[in-house]
Design a protein. Sequence first.
Length: 76
Amino acid sequence: MSEQAERIFEQALRLPSPERADLAERLIESLAPDTDARIDALWAAEAESRIAAYRRGELLAIPAEEVFQELDAEAD
């Protein structure tokens, strides 16, 4: 890493966690902005579709505790 990048990194570490998270997200988006926007749009559409199916009674919700118990049982 260049000296300039190292200085910026050290400065970024002094930011509050939420600001560091925002900065990290913006930096990652700057690497492939079109891909990230497309993926975000696809995930948003999928989430909306699942919510609509749940509200229509076509999709049942499983309590998180049950899901985690099943995963723990499979891991044993």
